[in-house]
Design a protein around this ligand. Structure first.
Ligand code: GLU
Length: 428
């Protein structure tokens, strides 16, 4: 049987766990998901037919708190991928020290082929199928690939109709008008941006001389590109699922975004009022973007895009993983040998779940935080997590991936071993 993305995630966990002295008891516990629900999400299509889409929710581990993690709508969603993503959520929440376990959900569907009403019916039907499995103190979903605040709002509404109580804390990443948190929309990109600012300080980077390529121009990719460009970084390449654009002098991120919103295409078109001009730029494929000669590469789309097949062609000095799992475990060693510094997903993209935690806290206390407070708290959480990992990098010679796994495994070990170790039960 060929190895799956979940096997790959467990292999990496075991390798780093063994190297950093984590007990076998803990590695075993984390190599198995607590629970997995597979359903068929029933949707009445606009033409009157009913279709059934495979839907999943995996609760990986809840030792640190109720499980937490997004729901994605994508044709490639499957049980193995959802389990891997849930495992990474367990580690991610532990890295930033928030009291959640890890979960993930998804529906195998092409959301772009659905009408807006079909999308609403799909979202509500998913919650009807999962209503007994999720809950504000059990398992709290959020947005992920191709899901957004509006979809979270429909899902919350459906959950409240089923339970007949107002329960906004059942889901995060909601519209502000429905109990969402200020600052949640750009939190994933901002978290990655804060990691890059910490690297800037650590390695004395000069933004104006630092080039950046971003693969994936969804919520995470757009905001990190925008924030970096604001600080003077040269964002030279951007791509979406259709392909990408490259301009050596740097792209105007906001204009590219506006063009994508208005015309659903990536193009360097800059407008002043109604006068628009296309500036010179090259096109490139998603795989070409990965191997461009840039300083910082930000994979912000899907998993497993950097493998042992293309890892040796990477030219970037830093890779900041906004996507979950963009580098396969066999590519880790190749990149390490090349001296590429990888800021791993479970740190780099943890800003999203961190502000989801703030949203859950606000919903449960019935008290709203200002955007300034959200941003200050996010900065504090991210900089503590970065510092902790960086200390291990500098003092123990670990790479960043091994360092953040070590931090997460230590927190999880403390909780798992508090229930008793084999020594305790053997009376040793
Ligand atoms: N889907 C995001 C992630 O992978 C956010 C999860 C959340 O906010 O619960 O981290």
């Amino acid at each position: 049987m060929s190895s799956t993305v979940f096997d790959d995630a467990v292999n990496r966990l075991s390798r780093i766990g063994e190297q950093t002295g984590c007990s076998k008891l803990v590695i075993d516990a984390l190599s198995h998901a607590n629970a997995m629900l597979k359903v068929h999400v029933e949707v009445r299509m606009d033409d009157g037919h009913t279709r059934y889409f495979p839907g999943y929710r995996c609760q990986h581990n809840n030792i640190l708190g109720p499980t937490k993690g997004g729901i994605r709508f994508h044709p490639d969603v499957g049980a193995q991928e959802v389990q891997a993503l849930a495992l990474w959520m367990t580690l991610k929440c532990a890295v930033v020290d928030i009291p959640f376990g890890g979960a993930k959900g998804g529906v195998s569907v092409d959301p772009k082929a659905l009408s807006p009403m079909e999308l609403e019916r799909l979202s509500r039907s998913y919650v009807r199928a999962m209503a007994d499995f999720i809950g504000p103190e059990r398992d709290i979903p959020a947005p992920d690939v191709y899901t957004n605040a509006r979809i979270m709002g429909w899902m919350m509404d459906e959950y409240e109709k089923i339970t007949r109580v107002k329960n906004p804390a059942v889901i995060t990443g909601k519209p502000i008008a429905l109990g969402g948190s200020l600052g949640r929309d750009d939190a994933t990109g901002r978290g990655a941006y804060l990691c890059i600012k910490a690297l800037e300080q650590r390695d004395c980077l000069t933004p104006e001389e630092t080039t950046v390529a971003v693969q994936g121009f969804g919520n995470g990719g757009y905001h990190v590109a925008r924030l970096l460009a604001n600080d003077g970084y040269k964002v030279v390449a951007i791509s979406d699922s259709q392909g990408g654009i490259y301009r050596q002098q740097g792209l105007d991120v906001k204009s590219v975004y506006q063009q994508k919103q208005d015309h659903k295409e990536l193009k360097a078109v800059y407008c002043d009022g109604s006068v628009c001009e296309t500036v010179d730029h090259d096109t490139l494929s998603n795989s070409e973007l990965l191997t461009k000669d840039v300083d910082i590469l930000i994979p912000a789309a899907l998993d497993s895009v950097i493998t042992c097949d293309n890892a040796s062609d990477i030219q970037a000095r830093y890779i900041v993983e906004i996507a979950n799992g963009p580098i396969t475990s066999d590519a880790d060693a190749v990149l390490k040998d090349k001296g590429v510094i990888v800021i791993p997903d479970i740190l780099a993209n943890a800003g999203g779940v961190t502000v989801s935690y703030f949203e859950w806290v606000q919903n449960r206390t019935g008290y709203r935080w200002s955007k300034t407070k959200v941003r200050e708290e996010l900065k504090e959480v991210m900089s503590n997590a970065f510092k902790r990992a960086n200390t291990l990098v500098q003092e123990k010679g670990l790479d960043f991936r091994d360092a953040v796994y070590a931090v997460a495994l230590e927190r999880l070990s403390n909780a798992i071993e508090a229930h008793g170790t084999p020594d305790y039960f053997n009376g040793a």
